[in-house]
Write a new protein. Structure first.
Ligand SMILES: Cc1cc2nc3c(=O)[nH]c(=O)nc-3n(C[C@H](O)[C@H](O)[C@H](O)COP(=O)(O)OP(=O)(O)OC[C@H]3O[C@@H](n4cnc5c(N)ncnc54)[C@H](O)[C@@H]3O)c2cc1C
Length: 496
């Protein structure tokens, strides 16, 4: 099959719908469901864009196995130019959604590509990882993933939860595979994806007692026994009044595995606590961090643009503290951009000649973006203030007896009411809606708990040598001075 177009993605989803529950409603066709269809359409556009002529030189490449064209998010980089191609691919896709669909297919494609490159980590299951990567790449499948356990009792390990299968674990083996039971969260975009990739991530490290929960595998989302329980959708029907929420709500869901059969060829880690606890060795963050930083860059640029244009409309952009706050956002943009470039420029080939982006600057973005994004939304509140509240409830007001009021009192300094309301409806969707709140939560947590993430990557595992060498150099100054004094006692006396 190779790289898909939007129509191929929609057709497959129609034929293989995940079992999704929205409240008591069972969704039978996500491609036609009013609350999911907009995200399906936004995703389909990504698949179309990868075929656009103007992007032809970097969106697709030849599969080394089939010779067919496949997406660049599966590209195994053999040079810095390849890393740059990966960047352009993620950039073009992120721009289609203004950075608002964090789990667009390239996110897990990036993760799976890293798993493939470092598949030896998976020991006896390395061949399964290889075949799965090739299958996903050559069929251009859309994956969601679930790592986290349901929030039931965080004070206890998996084996001590109220029910043996609260957390996802192995029930039994069969000749053909394993049967798993339990729940996982949070399958963002699961209700309109093709497959789910599962591996456990716990803040509290599992011990040997938790072996049955130490598993990783992938299955199609329409596998019998697998159901998704969606959160309340934030999709709105009016693209005029909710231009972003009406188009880009990537639905999150809890995945319930009710005795789901996983064939052996889809098992990647099996009852192996040691591998689960050291999965960071696969270094998938180098690829996912590259993709997420590029997406964040686009999202920050979009927010900065809204701030620039909105404040110009009402002329608050002439006040220094407003300029300063917008300048804070553009500072974040440039730091993210610099980190992306640094990750490519300082990438080193591994023994097989494969270039992974340097993860260190990407970790710095990840550990900052989760704090910057909430701050940027705060800046939106501070800068737009009541402007976020004073837009009319609906655009149909222009068709009403009070239309003249709106034209007069809702205009900007130099723009019409209609133009200004359009801009502020975009800002409202991000700054004060349920859709916008979810984005704040997403940026804070999508990569894990912000505090533990920073401790782990910026402190515990951080290469402290350069910082400590400087301190050693400064401490040496004392010793040098003492040695000099000891050598020249008369000089010391003269000074006194
Ligand atoms: C919008 C959104 C989308 C997401 N999408 C995905 C996805 O696609 N796939 C996926 O797998 N996950 C996804 N996640 C889940 C995300 O990875 C988790 O939210 C994140 O790892 C934090 O885990 P938690 O939500 O279970 O919080 P918890 O771990 O329950 O933390 C809650 C609080 O308790 C504290 N705490 C918890 N355990 C401990 C402990 N042992 N020691 C000390 N303090 C502790 C934490 O610091 C935190 O303050 C998503 C989350 C959000 C919000």
């Amino acid at each position: 099959m190779g790289a898909r177009k939007g129509i191929d993605y929609i057709q497959r989803l129609k034929e293989h719908p995940p079992e999704t529950w929205i409240g008591k409603e069972k969704v039978t066709d996500p491609t036609a469901h009013p609350l999911i269809r907009p995200a399906v359409e936004a995703t389909a556009r990504l698949y179309d864009v990868q075929w656009a002529e103007e992007h032809a030189s970097y969106m697709l490449h030849r599969s080394p196995d089939t010779g067919g064209l496949v997406g660049t998010s599966f590209l195994v980089p053999r040079s810095k130019e390849d890393l740059y191609k990966r960047r352009l691919q993620s950039l073009i896709w992120a721009q289609q959604t203004f950075g608002l669909m964090g789990r667009s297919p390239d996110f897990l494609n990036a993760m799976l590509t890293a798993w493939y490159i470092n598949r030896d980590f998976f020991g006896p299951y390395a061949e399964n990882v290889k075949k799965y990567y090739e299958y996903v790449r050559d069929n251009d499948l859309f994956l969601t993933h679930v790592l986290i356990d349901p929030q039931v009792d965080r004070s206890k390990p998996p084996s001590e939860q109220p029910d043996e299968y609260t957390y996802l674990g192995v029930v039994r083996e069969t000749d053909g595979g394993i049967i798993v039971r339990g729940a996982k969260m949070l399958a963002t975009s699961g209700p309109y994806a093709d497959e789910v990739l599962v591996w456990p991530f716990h803040l509290r490290k599992p011990t040997e007692k938790d072996y049955k929960y130490a598993i990783s595998f992938a299955v199609p989302l329409d596998t019998p026994g697998l159901r998704l329980i969606a959160r309340e959708p934030y999709t709105r029907s009016s693209t005029l009044d909710h231009p972003l929420a009406a188009r880009f709500d990537e639905l999150d869901a809890v995945a319930v595995f009710d005795d789901v059969f996983v064939p052996w060829e889809r098992v990647f880690i099996y009852q192996d606590v040691e591998r689960v606890n050291t999965i960071w060795k696969v270094n998938s963050n180098a690829f996912t961090g590259h993709q997420t930083s590029i997406r964040l860059l686009v999202k920050l640029q979009f927010l900065a643009g809204l701030l620039m244009k909105g404040t110009e409309m009402v002329q608050t952009n002439q006040f220094p503290h407003v300029q300063d706050m917008i300048g804070e956002v553009t500072t974040y943009i440039e730091l993210v951009r610099a980190a992306i470039i640094a990750s490519e420029a300082t990438a080193e080939p591994n023994a097989d000649g494969i270039y992974m982006p340097n993860v260190v600057p990407l970790y710095a973005v990840r550990n900052s973006g989760n704090r910057w994004y909430p701050r940027v939304i705060e800046i939106m509140h501070l800068v737009f203030a009541g402007g976020l509240m004073y837009q009319p409830s609906s655009f149909d007001v222009f068709d009403s007896p009070i239309a003249d009021d709106i034209r007069k009192y809702y205009r900007g300094a130099t723009v019409s009411a209609e133009e200004k309301i359009r801009l502020f409806k975009l800002a409202q969707d991000l700054a004060i809606s349920d859709f916008g709140s979810r984005h704040v939560l997403y940026e804070r947590f999508y990569a894990g708990d912000p505090m533990f993430l920073r401790i782990q990557t910026q402190y515990s595992a951080y290469d402290k040598r350069e910082a400590l060498a400087l301190v050693e150099r400064a401490l040496a100054l004392y010793r040098e001075e003492e040695a000099a004094k000891a050598e020249k006692p008369e000089a010391k006396e003269m000074k006194i």
